[in-house]
Design a protein around this ligand. Sequence first.
Ligand SMILES: N[C@@H](CCC(=O)N[C@@H](CS)C(=O)NCC(=O)O)C(=O)O
Length: 248
Amino acid sequence: MSQEETVVLHWLNQSRAQRIVWLFEELGLKYEIVYYERDKNSKAPHALSEVHPLGKSPVVEIRSASGDVIKLAESGWIIQYFLRKYDQTDNLKGSSIDAQNEVSYFLHYTEGTLQSILDGLFTNHAAKTKAGYAARMYMAPCVKWIAQNYYKPKLLKNLNFLNGTITKQYEKYSKYIAGNSLSAADIILSFPLEIVFTRCDPMINKSLKTEYPDLYLYHQNIRQEHGWKQAAKKVRGFEDIIFGEEIV
Ligand SMILES: N[C@@H](CCC(=O)N[C@@H](CS)C(=O)NCC(=O)O)C(=O)O
């Protein structure tokens, strides 16, 4: 980062933005965080819409001394941009050409495929939990049917894929999802896996920890990464619990 640049992360509690904190910690960047809190319906506050038209987090601004501002949205793009510009040692891009290709794949896959299934599952579930009492009675069987027949098989297929991928990595003596060291693929996958292992069981009536032990172990290992813990500390006071587990 040049001396004249200020990097500002617009961060929302319980959100994807936490992995950008982690990325910045790994890159050793100097950055500022603007903290936003979800409202009682879990929505982002209006102030985020003043930062970016979609009103979502993360958004990153790179402000230059001359007053120019580069504004970045979409986690995959934010990560890609910072890797290109600030990962001087190439550590997070992947430990080999093959690993680099896998990292690129996971940067697209995570938001494009895995997260869209989770978003659908949660929206479906909200139809039951947030509806009024009478509506809920009619909605519940419908929601259950959609979860069981649509989201559940898709999610399980994806978790099967990820579990198989990490099993093969363990066979190669790596605890990381791509190559043999921590990469941006681990960082981007961390958010949906937090969701999977802390929130999804009741929605699909399954113990995902039991069903996908290698993937669960991977998720547990990731939480032990120094950078992950540093990132957790960075938001302490705004988020004492990250997706159901206390920050230690
Ligand atoms: N595809 C975007 C998704 C951004 C997104 O949906 N962020 C959520 C937080 S996890 C959000 O801001 N939700 C608040 C809202 O929609 O009101 C990305 O990868 O950054």
